[in-house]
Design a protein around this ligand. Structure first.
Ligand code: FES
Length: 350
């Protein structure tokens, strides 16, 4: 079917919302509480569009044949402007020192509307940052109550740690029964950081070191287990910076745009000085560096000697979830076809 946005006819699929159809066609409609993974929340009103003189939330408006939408009318822009001005007045959105500066959806919206500074001043004292979690910094001064993190925690990863607490002006996102994140039941999956549109939830490991947009992104497969999670591996100056679940075609990926604590926070080992880069052979009780040829010859000789002396079942093989299916297949083929044993086992921690 077709709908028209600001005079431009675009294709839309049945079941899509106007926001989704617009995004698919490359048309920018701001959305602060909607996220592809968490769906619509109808909280922020940033996505309003005009249809037959009425303002509607495009994140909740289903497409229908011939629908005519204005994304740019004076009414739409004035409403969005008010949304942003109120949000800016509500917290302490100090872009200069914010970790999300340059990658903030509220900032993008303010920029697109030409808003230079908050017009309303509400002088509430800033709340202290919650830095008790090992991997995540929470800054409620920058929270816009969009609910993406709550939805992600409750229904995407189903950890059910984050929720809304209190009422009215006191309303805020809380961990469990409003305890510091480090004392909560949070499992550090980091999904909340991934969906946060502003600087309210950020990664501790890069705080003050770099902004997320300064990094180079490479899509990789997580090495930690056999699920095959797709990761956007961020590097800066050729060093590991941080990891995010791959977002582009996340619905097609085995991890569906999610990561566990190991995939999110456990990849710093790649730059560890303690990694082995050459094989080691123990000689007279001391590990000494060896060439690959020497190491392979040594292993082949030892396996051959044990097999000759004690039979193939004196040898066992451990496969690992950290390598590919193909490598695990090769290992068991080597055990069965070359050595002649079925002593093959597996451990996710190897
Ligand atoms: Fe539509 Fe928030 S994105 S109401």
């Amino acid at each position: 079917m077709h709908i028209t946005i600001d005079g431009q006819q675009i294709e839309a699929q049945p079941g899509q919302t106007v926001l989704e159809a617009a995004r698919a066609a490359g048309i920018y409609i701001p959305a602060l509480c909607w996220h592809a993974k968490t769906g619509k929340a109808g909280r922020c009103r940033a996505c309003v569009v005009e249809v037959e003189g009425r303002l509607k939330e495009s994140c909740a408006l289903p497409v229908k044949e011939g629908l005519v939408v204005s994304n740019n009318s004076a009414k739409v822009l004035a409403t969005r402007r008010m949304v942003v001005e109120l949000l800016l007045a509500e917290g302490h959105h100090n872009c200069i020192s914010c970790e999300a500066n340059g990658a903030c959806e509220l900032q993008d919206m303010a920029y697109s509307l030409g808003i230079e500074r908050p017009v309303f001043q509400i002088d509430a004292a800033p709340a202290p940052k919650d830095e008790t979690s090992e991997g995540i910094i929470r800054d409620e001064n920058k929270c816009i109550h969009c609910g993406r993190c709550v939805q992600a925690c409750q229904t995407v990863v189903v950890n059910q740690v984050l929720g809304f607490g209190f009422r009215g002006n006191e309303a805020k996102v809380v961990c469990d029964a409003d305890v510091p994140m480090g004392d909560s039941t949070c499992v550090q999956c980091g999904e909340c950081v991934q969906v946060c549109p502003v600087g309210a939830l950020t990664l501790k490991q890069i705080a003050g070191k770099m902004r997320t947009w300064e990094t180079e992104k490479t899509k990789v497969t997580c090495p930690y287990c056999g699920v095959g999670c797709q990761i956007d591996f961020h590097t800066k100056d050729d060093r590991y910076a941080f990891a995010m679940a791959h977002e582009g075609d996340w619905e097609q990926q085995p991890n569906k745009g999610m990561l566990c604590v190991k995939g999110r926070f456990g990849l710093d080992f790649v730059d560890s000085d303690q990694r082995l880069t050459t094989p080691l052979i123990r000689k007279n009780g001391v590990l000494e560096e060896a060439s690959w040829d020497e190491a392979l010859r040594f292993v082949a000789d030892r396996l051959g000697a044990v097999k000759t002396e004690h039979g193939p079942d004196a040898i066992g093989f451990f496969a690992s979830a950290k390598v590919t299916n193909e490598e695990n297949y090769q290992l068991q083929r080597f055990a069965r076809a070359v050595i002649g044993t079925n002593n093959v086992d597996h451990c996710a921690r190897l």
